[in-house]
Design a protein around this ligand. Structure first.
Ligand code: PTJ
Length: 255
């Protein structure tokens, strides 16, 4: 497969992301099933209209506040997250500041961990944790259970993009606050996290960085936003947004 997407193709950006995910599935940076996860994300993104909904902008601001409020914030990175938004995560980690830690589910070898870390470093990430880590998340038996003792093990707030389920619950049970980013508002991760951001990471992370820069130093505003987090209400707002959007489209077609 070659990257032959013409610049004026109406879906050029989306097709290039697909190409990057598929190409990196071949190098091993992205998990084999990462292409399926990407497709699922694309489908949910259509329901949002491929734009960040207004209520989700508020959730992103609350998440930025939670990261700024944290003593040990950590951003967890898997294969898809690195390829789609490596530069944005590197910028967010500097703006907070928060540590970056590689944490993958599939094919967890030191080689894959290092490949992801090196990939992030080309975007200016200085120190990437999670290479051959020794700590364990209690009661989590997948490869995601291996965590860095200076990173996720110590963290009070963990940002987990494109998660696969079990870990969010295990991290919450371990006393951490979890910010998930998942375009599927029905997923277990989205429902169980402290706050889920129902948006594409390629839009959500740059916006989170902008909000973090805007909020930095304003403790009362940061605390107010972080204290107002309510994930059930947030998810309900997203579902209402999707339902109303579909209803509007349906009404237009039936006019
Ligand atoms: O690199 P690894 O080994 O850690 O594996 C990473 C994947 C993504 C393959 C693994 O975590 C996985 O299998 O995830 P799932 O169970 O497919 O869940 C991924 C979720 O992320 C799905 O609910 C998708 O809708 C959502 N998603 C996919 N792409 C995006 C997204 N959410 C936000 N932005 C995206 N670009």
């Amino acid at each position: 497969m070659t990257n032959q997407v013409p610049d004026n193709h109406p879906r050029a950006a989306s097709l290039r992301q697909r190409y990057a995910i598929a190409a990196h599935a071949k190098t091993g940076l992205v998990a084999e099933t990462g292409t399926i996860s990407h497709g699922r994300g694309e489908a949910f993104d259509y329901l949002l209209g491929e734009e960040t909904p207004e209520p989700v902008k508020e959730h992103i601001k609350q998440a930025a506040a939670l990261l700024l409020q944290a003593k040990h914030p950590v951003i967890s990175i898997n294969g898809n997250a690195a390829v789609l938004a490596g530069q944005y995560f590197s910028e967010l980690s500097k703006a907070i500041p928060a540590k970056l830690e590689v944490n993958v589910f599939y094919g967890r070898t030191q080689e894959r961990e290092s490949m992801i870390a090196e990939f992030l470093k080309q975007y200016g990430a200085n120190d990437v944790l999670g290479i051959n880590p020794e700590a364990r998340v209690p009661n989590l038996h997948s490869a995601r259970g291996s965590v860095d003792k200076e990173g996720i093990a110590k963290a009070d707030v963990v940002l987990v993009p494109l998660e696969d389920g079990d870990r969010t619950e295990a991290l919450i049970a371990w006393g951490k606050k979890v910010i998930s980013i998942d375009l599927n508002p029905l997923s277990r991760t989205a429902r169980k996290s402290t706050i889920n951001i129902c948006d594409n990471i390629t839009r959500a992370i740059p916006l989170m960085t902008a909000y973090a820069k805007e909020l930095k130093g304003y403790a009362p505003e940061i605390n107010k936003l972080a204290d107002s987090i309510d994930n059930d209400k947030a998810t309900a707002r997203v579902l209402r947004f999707m339902r109303e959007r579909l209803q509007k489209l349906e009404d237009e077609l039936e006019k």
